[in-house]
Design a binder for this molecule. Sequence first.
Ligand code: SF4
Length: 387
Amino acid sequence: MTVYSHSRIESFFQCPLKFKFNYIEKPKIPLKEGIEAFMGSRVHETIEYLYKLVQNTKVPSEKELIEYYDKLWKENWNENVVVTRAGLEPKNYFDLGIKCIKNYYEKNHPFNQGLTIGIEKRILINLNDKYKLQGFIDRLVEKESGHYEIHDYKTYSNLPEQSKLDQDNQLALYAIGLEQEFNDIKSIDLVWHLVVFGKELRSSRTKEELNELKEKTIERIKEIESAKDFPAKPSALCNWCAFQCICPEFKHEIETEKLSSNKYLEEEGVVLANKFIELKNKETEIKKELNELREAVIIYAKAKGYSIIQGSDGKLIIRESKTVRLPKKNSKEYKKIEELLHKINAWNETSCLDQTKVKAFLAKKPNKQIEALLEKKFISVVKVGKK
Ligand code: SF4
């Protein structure tokens, strides 16, 4: 049985291809790590260390903690850590980590808000007989008997909105696991420490919400297990993806950026791309010119009363035709059509107001009320004919 984790599930929905690389194919490539994640891990480990000392009745000084963080940074630093954001250097992230620790220290000293009963606590969530999920709670606190708090440290560079945390699945899934593990639960608070900002945000879930999440998670796992295709889904997160060098979205760029400028310009893909782009640009220019010319032909033909204009190698045939279109979305007429289609139970048949399908529907079942609401326009068409 595959034991899932919140990040494993999220990874599939972020980018199925990344999921495939990470959890199915596991290619043997040097895995790059974004410096943000590197710094986040060191801050986590430092706070973990802090609470281990506190559990043993020692409250370390802020200076001691920063020294510990510095030691961890040096011990773990390696060539696969990458800085993606332009204009920033490792030192900036190192300093940001110190700021996070200071913020946390100043806000929470002397670290006696509740009883810490678990640090990096492994939690197993039984979703049903078939699916299990595991996670690690950064810190589990018992405030009073039966009242628990799940604490999580985040080094996000943006402060999340409360509404986002109220929808967050990770800690809510841990809450499900906790309810299964402890039998004295009266309440569970979800607590995020946004250490970059020195802020603490909270949320909680009702029993119904946790049940819904459980069902939703089972459905998401089923979707993952039935997946046949794992397409690339590029997003801003690609900047931090460890699989860029084997991802079809980035492979060519990475393989060719090492080439000298001469070799680069001769590379087959670069040649094809350049030629294609050149022709595509020409096509755009030609289309623009052709449109202007079409307008001129129509104006000239109308002014002279011609419907055919002779050229040396062919002729232009000018015809007027009537087009029928759906009115603009959100217009009064559009809403009325929507209402009428619902009334005659044709909404699904017209694929929620797809223009072609509406026209096909009207061709089969004419409806005067709907037809009267459609936009009718006469347009002139210019065709080329033989002389
Ligand atoms: S680089 Fe982007 S598109 Fe490619 S696998 Fe990674 S996340 Fe997906």
